[in-house]
Design a protein around this ligand. Structure first.
Ligand code: ZN
Length: 346
């Protein structure tokens, strides 16, 4: 009975649905399309960039749970929430950030995915020079990777040094940097070993101008109408996936910022202070490290509990406390990254 009612869901109904009603909805019942959504304009922009480089190839797109490009397919999936502002709000509430939420970020990810699709469309990864520069495409995909933040062998584009995750990601990131209109990659990467990769992409793309792709498949994977899962189950799994899994030791760090000495009993408790500044602290560390805000939030929550157990209170000025906390959180986040940070492959 419910399934029948949900099938009639209209696009305009999404605006007035509560979070609970949305959680009970299955992906296949969401009345979403790329056409007529804010994504349409972003996609046109991407196609214009490709045309301006003389490339005839245009990836096909569809809506799914997350960003991804399936193996061998010259098209990519876009997360459902980007097709409607109500679902962008739900994503932000659940995950504390929206991957591709702004036009700029959305285009960055679209260029990255286009790198994968053009690789698939022309089977670029089978070329010897590709393998020499980026490594083997067949290399097993890691569950996590340990980036070297100072490496100059890779371009910097998506957060968290994503080019270092896999040879295919390295190629996609290099392509994305090359594609941007007015990109100053030659100057920006001058003296970086990564310049060789950019020059190779430039050379290949010039040769592919006006050419038709080797594969014209319009196949889709995990297309929205095929997904029977509810949004509730999706968010439960997604939140579990993003959390850090490492044993942190931060008592000493907290005790250098806060104090349990009797002379500070009149001062604000560390718990109150952290709760009040939680959002901005997480956002600042996420921006500085490229790690998902949700992961940082998950790391901060046990710290707040520990402050309660240790009965810590402010001992410095608020500004000084915040500054020291940013350093502590950044160090802890980078330790988390080094011990293996789990991101969804995009
Ligand atoms: Zn990718």
């Amino acid at each position: 009975m419910r399934a029948k009612k949900l099938k009639k869901l209209r696009l305009s109904a999404l605006d007035t649905m509560t979070d609970e009603q949305l959680f009970d909805t299955r992906f296949c019942d969401l009345p979403l399309r790329v056409e007529g959504s804010p994504l349409k304009h972003r996609l046109s922009q991407l196609y214009k960039e490709l045309e301006s480089r003389g490339l005839r190839f245009k990836p096909h797109v569809w809506l799914s749970k997350e960003w991804f490009t399936p193996d061998r397919i010259p098209g990519f999936a876009i997360p459902f929430y980007l097709a409607h502002p109500r679902l962008v709000r739900l994503e932000r509430k659940q995950m504390l950030e929206v991957e591709g939420g702004t036009e700029k970020e959305c285009l960055q990810i679209m260029r990255h995915e286009t790198g994968h699709t053009i690789d698939n469309a022309f089977q670029l990864h089978s070329r010897p020079r590709y393998r020499e520069l980026f490594g083997s495409f067949a290399h097993r995909y890691p569950d996590w990777y340990k980036p070297e933040p100072h490496s100059r062998d890779y371009v910097l584009h998506l957060p968290a040094w994503y080019a270092q995750a896999h040879p295919a990601e390295d190629f996609a990131e290099t392509f994305a940097v090359w594609l941007v209109t007015g990109s100053r990659w030659k100057r920006q990467y001058e003296k970086w070993p990564a310049l060789k990769k950019l020059e190779y992409v430039d050379q290949i793309m010039k040769a592919l101008a006006g050419k038709n792709p080797l594969t014209r498949s319009r196949q889709r994977f995990e297309d929205l109408p095929e997904i029977m899962m509810t949004l509730r189950e999706h968010y439960r799994l997604k939140r579990r996936h993003y959390a850090f899994h490492w044993t942190a030791d931060y008592d000493h760090g907290l005790q250098r910022i806060f104090s349990s000495e009797p002379r500070y009993t009149q001062r604000l408790s560390a718990v109150t202070f952290l709760r009040h500044h939680r959002r901005e602290l997480c956002q600042e560390v996420a921006e500085g490290t490229g790690v998902h805000t949700y992961a940082i939030h998950q790391m901060l929550m046990p710290m707040i509990s520990r402050c309660r157990e240790l009965k810590l209170r402010l001992s410095l000025t608020e500004a000084h406390t915040k500054q020291k906390l940013l350093v502590l959180l950044t160090v802890q986040t980078m330790n988390g990254v080094r011990s293996g940070y789990h991101r969804i492959a995009i």
